[in-house]
Design a protein around this ligand. Sequence first.
Ligand code: FES
Ligand SMILES: [Fe+2]
Length: 467
Amino acid sequence: MSLFGKSLILCVLIIAVSASVSEKLLKIPLLEVGEIWVKSVYKLNANLLNYVWNFVDFYSPTFYIGLAVLGFLSYHFYGLVFRPINRVRVLGDLGYLPDGKFSMKEIANNVKQRRAVGDIPPVYPNGWFGLIESWRLKNGESTNLSMLGQQFAVFRDDKGEAHVLDAYCPHMGANLAVGGRVVGDCIECPFHGWKFRGHDGKCTDIPYTDKVPEFAKVKSWTSLELNGWIYVWHHAEGIEPNWTPLELEEITAGTWQYKGRTEHFINAHIEEIPENGADVAHLKQVHEPFIAAGIDLAGMWNKYLSFGQHRWTAQWTQMPKPDEHIGSLKLTHDLTFFGISLPFVFLRVHAMQIGPAIVYLTFESFFGKGVFIQSLIPVEPMVQKLTHNIYIHWTVPNFIAKFFMFGEAIQVERDVMIWNNKKYEAKPMFTKSPEDSLISRHRRWYGQFYSENSPRMTFKKKDTLDW
Ligand code: FES
Ligand SMILES: [Fe+2]
C-alpha cells in the first residue's frame, strides 16, 4: 500500500476514534460533536489571524529575518526527522589522534605509511562482495569501480538487469565505464565503439568490420542483485559460487523499508572487521561507554556521562555444513541510565556473517523488527569500505530508525580508531580464556575464504640509512 493510502486510513481511524470518544465524554449526538469541532477550528483560525495581524509588523526587517530563521530551522528539522540518514566518513575524517600540528588528512596519510602492517593474511578473500547499492545505478547507467584489485565496469541494461564486466576494453584498453554508453544489454566502448554484452562479455558489434572475431570478448564477472545490493563473486582459483547470500524476504516484500546508510573507509586488513564479531571481550572496553561520550577512545570515559552505559552479551558460533560459510553471532544490547534499563532501546540482534564480507544484523526492538546490512569490500589491500544500510518495519517512524543507525555508527567509529592504528597480530598473545579462544576459532573459520592463489601483499625492502 502506498504511503498516501496508509496516511488516509490512519486519518480516518483517528477521526473515527476521537469522534466516538468525544461523543461519549460530551454525552451529545455525533453530529453535534462534528459541529463543535468545526466551530473550534474556525475560532482557532480567527484568533491566529487576529494575532498575526495585530502583533506582526510586516514592514519590519525583524519579521523577515525571523521568517528566514524559521524556514532554515524547519528545513533542518524536516531533514532530521524524515530524510534517510547518509553518514559518509572517509579516511582522515575520524579514527586518528589529532596532534595539533598536522591536518587530520595528513595524519591519516602518515599513519597509513608508517604503521607496522604485521604478517597479514591474503588481502582479497574468496566470496561474494557488495559492489554498489542497487539504487545508485539506474537503467542505462554505468559506473567504474576500482575494488578487490580489479577495475570493474558495472552497468544496468535497459531492462533493468545489472552486469559486471572488466572495465578495460580488450581492443586498446579504453575504460568501458568512463564515457561508454549502455546500448540495449551491451556497453559500448567510448574509443572505437565495440559493443560488449553484459551477461557473457562477448563483443556483439565492431562498427568498422562485418564479422566479429570469436576471441573478441571481455571478462564477465558472476554477479547477482539482492537485498538492495549488486554483489560480485570473487575467487582466486576461478571457481564458481557454491553458496549465495540469503535473500531477506521482508526487504523483497517491502515490509521492511530502507531508512538510511552509513559509509566508512577504514585503514586495516579486511579480516580485522569481521573478527570484531567474535571478539566479545572488546564489547565492554570499547562499546560500553554511553554513545553521547563520543568516539575518542581515551576521551569517552567522561565521568559526567557515566550514568549511561551500553551493556552487551554476545555468543559467536560457526554454522555446520552445508552452511559452514556462515558465522552466527547472537547479541543483546541494553542501554542503562543509572543502572536502570531503558526498554525502548533494548535490542536482540542476530548477526549472520555470510562469507568474508557480508553481515545481516537482524534485530528485534521495542518499535519493531529490522536489519542492518553490512557490506565490506577492499578498495586497496589495506583500505576497506564498510557500508551499513538499515531497513526497518514500515510502521517505525524515520527518526527512530535514524537513532538506531546513528548509535550503530558511533559504535563502529570507536572500532575504526582501533583498526586504523593497529597492527595485524598473526601470533596473538592469547590467554586460556573462552574469550580469546573464540577469536582463534574465528580465524580458523575465516581461513576457508583464502586459497592457494589468493593475492598477497608484498613488501619491498626499504633502503635505510645506516649510521
Ligand atoms: S579501445 Fe575499445 S573499441 Fe577500441
Ligand atoms: Fe566493535
